[in-house]
Write a protein that binds this ligand. Structure first.
Ligand code: DGJ
Length: 727
């Protein structure tokens, strides 16, 4: 990797083996993007901005003849002086005038990646990255913006962020600080994003980007199941295996906006950042504001290439480093077995059987502190209901530990019920607007994490449970979108800051707890995958991906999230059949195989399983434990299927010695079932034996000729292939 400058110091080329990112300070004043894409050895100036004289536009003092700011490839654009496209930056000055004009000041190379104060961000050791800092200023307004570009040695990714400083004498209001803005040359692009709903997360949307502005967003307070803070712009011919893909993701868990504008000439501008509609930040003289980090990802190897870049970055440079290489325990979660109706007797019965079957962690989900068996009361009090669990959590943990299993506990630390002592004592701790009724969501209000004393309370609750060292795992849930977004503690000039301050407060709590209890495994959850984002992944090494545990639906949900997240980050549970969410009946084998390449666990009432089912579960767990070590670090592929009746995935061991491939046949359709599937990521020089049939194949043969897909007279059927290198 390197950061190189032209002789006059005005062009900078950031590159590694995979990508190049080239910027120019035109006339030493205007920062523009020259190129982002596949690596070039050396940049000689190709692709310079070029203009014809034309009407209905503006003129500028610039050495480029006929320049028009209307389609100038500004690196960090603002409105008001000739660029009418989507702005990345907007500031209101003390006069009330919204205007800012940034001028380039200089480049600086940093050997170490700077930390982002108060925010989760990718991290790296010295020597693994290089960072370019670009300084731009508006001397009249008194604004300095530092733009950061961190390139990693090993993949085609760049981490981007901005720091804004008030270097003048007037109070400023930041209205919009996008985490990056990127100019792509005029060409056809498809735009791809993930949309969803509760229990229906991770659906792929792909369409041709047309003229105008395409956008997705969340204004729900969190990143939401409705849209992921992610999108990709790609060659319309690109596939899972081939073609150019630019992927973008925001490392943030709150309201976001992601946009792409195709301008009058077909040039494209892409951006992602905090949603400006729910953001306004007062920046007084001497103060600084740090925008969240975004990831720019380039792959010339289709969507799988993009996914593997994200997987690598998130696994080795974003999630808690203590869990990168740690094998994740096979857990049994109590939710679908007990819901709110938990008891010591049930715990003992389930844990005893779970242990016998090989599970390693028992997770006590919701219900343990509730006054009754519903979500109506008690949230926020966090006192164990002794009638349900005599001796409290200490006794429950001791019981589970005595069975030789780890103990995990569910919390929803950000919420409070109206019917709770906490709310009765501190009604001012909930988000609310004076005079208006607070809207409930799952009978909950939201605690105002922008208040220090509220954060201290949440930390003290968690400390009280975690200090004793009896809790090995915490599931951190959050079950409603935000309403009445106001803090009683913030003055009127700072009301626009609450959404972002909430997220900063959440990160502060997560940072404190994970640093204080580094061995405790944290699983993020929000009504399933409603806040599955890279911000949460920085603290929670795994995330519950959906409340929908139906294996058929899971083929779509897990594949969707696998666009960004490594399989180990995704909780995938084998549950009971007929499935509680969909009523669908799917075989135990299929339920297991769909979870097997991910972070597999169980969530079902073991006392309702037959002895055959239990011995099958024991076999599954034994098999999974043997494989999870390499599966956790494997390259995951979404393989191309011959038609929409199949979902095909494979995981290839890091050293290419082994591969597990899953073919999910959705329905039995005799007339459309003679396709082939081609593997990916194997070593073409190696020969592999398929463990089931004992047949041998060349790696090249498996990837080019492909394997014929068998036919089973069963809906929702899985074929599993296990290839091991022949020696
Ligand atoms: C929503 C989660 O997604 C479920 O797994 C479960 O923990 C419930 N909340 C408990 O209330």
């Amino acid at each position: 990797m390197s950061i190189q400058f032209s002789d006059d110091g005005l062009i900078v080329h950031i590159s590694n083996k995979f990508i190049s990112y080239v910027m120019e300070a035109v006339d030493g004043k205007y920062l523009v993007l020259r190129y982002f894409g596949k690596a070039v050895r050396r940049y000689h100036g190709a692709g310079e901005p070029f203009y014809y004289k034309r009407g209905y536009t503006t003129e500028h003092p610039c050495s480029i003849p006929n320049v028009s700011f209307d389609d100038f490839p500004f690196e960090y654009p603002a409105r008001g002086y000739g660029d009418y496209r989507i702005p990345a930056f907007a500031v209101t000055q003390d006069s009330g005038i919204e205007f800012v004009k940034l001028m380039f000041q200089g480049f600086r190379v940093l050997e170490e990646k700077p930390e982002l104060t108060g925010l989760p961000a990718a991290f790296a050791k010295k020597g693994e990255t290089e960072t370019l800092e670009v300084t731009c200023e508006d001397g009249i307004a008194g604004i300095r913006v530092r733009l950061y570009y961190t390139i990693f040695e090993d993949r085609g990714v760049i981490a981007r962020s901005q720091k804004v400083e008030n270097i003048g004498n007037q109070a400023l209001k930041l209205q919009n600080v996008q985490s990056f803005s990127l100019e792509l040359p005029a060409k056809e692009y498809d735009v791809l994003s993930l949309y969803g709903t509760h229990a229906g997360e991770g659906n792929v949307s792909r369409s041709l980007l047309s003229h105008g502005v395409w956008r997705i967003e969340s204004v729900r307070g969190s990143s939401s199941p409705q849209q992921q803070p992610f999108f990709a712009l790609m060659d319309p011919h690109s596939t899972e295996y081939s073609g150019e893909v630019y992927g973008f993701q925001l490392i943030y868990s709150g309201n976001f906006l992601a946009q792409a504008e195709k301008d009058q000439f077909g040039n494209v501008r892409a951006q992602i950042g905090i949603h400006p509609d729910t953001f306004c930040w007062e920046l007084n003289p001497g103060e600084a504001f740090q925008a969240p980090e975004a990831i720019l990802n380039y792959s010339s190897e289709g969507l799988n290439g993009m996914s593997q870049n994200f997987h690598w970055l998130y696994q080795y440079h974003l999630m808690p480093s203590g869990f990168t290489h740690r094998e994740r325990p096979v857990l049994l979660n109590s939710w679908e077995a007990m819901y709110y109706d938990v008891s010591l007797g049930k715990l003992e019965e389930q844990a005893e059987q779970a242990k016998e079957l090989g599970a390693e962690l028992f997770v006590l989900d919701d219900g343990w502190f509730r006054a009754d068996n519903s979500s109506r009361t008690s949230m926020g009090d966090w006192e164990c209901n002794q009638q349900k669990l005599p001796g409290g959590i200490a006794a429950a943990a001791e019981l589970i530990h005595s069975k030789g299993m780890q103990f995990g506990l569910w919390f929803e630390p950000e919420a409070v019920c109206r019917d709770s002592n906490l709310y009765r004592e501190h009604p001012d701790w909930a988000l609310q607007i004076p005079g208006y009724e607070i809207t409930e969501g799952r009978h909950e209000y939201i605690l105002d994490l922008s208040q220090k004393k509220v954060r201290e309370y949440v930390i003290s609750v968690l400390d009280a449970y975690l200090e004793g060292g009896q809790i090995d795992y915490v599931k951190w849930d959050m079950n409603r979108p935000f309403t009445e977004v106001n803090s009683l503690a913030l003055p009127k000039e700072r009301k626009g800051e609450i959404s972002h301050r909430y997220i900063l407060g959440l990160y502060e709590i997560l940072d404190t707890i994970t640093k204080r209890y580094p061995k405790m495994l944290l699983e993020g959850c929000s009504s399933g995958g409603a806040r599955f984002d890279p911000g949460m992944l920085h603290y929670a090494a795994q995330n519950w991906s959906s409340d929908n545990t139906d294996a058929f639906d899971r083929t779509r949900i897990q594949a969707g999230f696998s666009l960004m997240y490594p399989p180990i980050a995704m909780g995938a549970h084998v549950s009971i059949t007929p499935n509680h969410q969909t009523g669908r009946t799917v075989s135990l084998n299929t339920r297991y195989q769909v979870a097997r390449l991910f972070n597999m666990g169980y969530e079902l009432d073991l006392s309702k399983c037959s002895s055959e089912e239990k011995s099958e579960i024991a076999r599954q767990i034994e098999e999974y434990k043997k494989e999870r070590g390499w599966l956790q670090r494997a390259s995951f592929y979404r393989n191309e299927a011959p038609n929409e009746n199949y979902a095909i995935w494979s995981s290839v061991r890091e050293d290419q010695e082994e591969c597990l491939a899953m073919i999910f046949q959705k329905l039995y359709r005799p007339l459309c079932s003679r396709g082939r599937f081609r593997l990916a990521g194997l070593n073409p020089e190696y020969d592999y034996v398929e463990c089931g049939s004992k047949k041998s194949y060349g790696g090249d043969e498996l990837m080019e000729t492909g394997i014929s897909i068998p036919l089973a007279k069963e809906d929702f059927y899985v074929f599993m292939f296990h290839f091991i290198r022949e020696k």
